[in-house]
Design a binder for this molecule. Structure first.
Ligand SMILES: [Zn+2]
Length: 109
């Protein structure tokens, strides 16, 4: 695990602890249905801000609550290639499936 990922995981732990503490506080302060809504709101907000921080640090932009950027949560996988002929994913060079050199870059994992 590289130092960047380790630091990110540590930061994430801190944020999870903070959001748990806030959730616990809210569940004491608010009656049931409201506390649940508030807790979900806190978690989504935390998730959103963590995502934004992470994006900025990695020099990426965009990405919403869900969808893009999911891979970055668990370390960068780098660019992958998709074979144009058969659709197999590989790391570059020629396709291990059909041997074709025709490929396009893919950022999904
Ligand atoms: Zn292929």
């Amino acid at each position: 695990m590289d130092p960047n990922t380790k630091r990110f995981l540590k930061t994430q732990m801190v944020w999870i602890a903070i959001s748990l503490a806030i959730s616990f506080g809210l569940s004491l302060l608010l009656p049931f249905p409201y506390s649940l809504v508030a807790i979900i709101g806190v978690f989504l907000a935390m998730n959103y801000f963590m995502r934004q921080r992470q994006m900025r640090r990695m020099g990426m932009r965009g990405g919403g609550f869900f969808g893009t950027g999911q891979g970055s949560m668990f370390g960068q996988r780098g660019i992958r290639y998709v074979c144009i002929m058969c659709g197999a994913k590989h790391n570059g060079g020629s396709c291990p499936n059909c041997g074709s050199k025709l490929k396009k870059a893919s950022f999904e994992d």
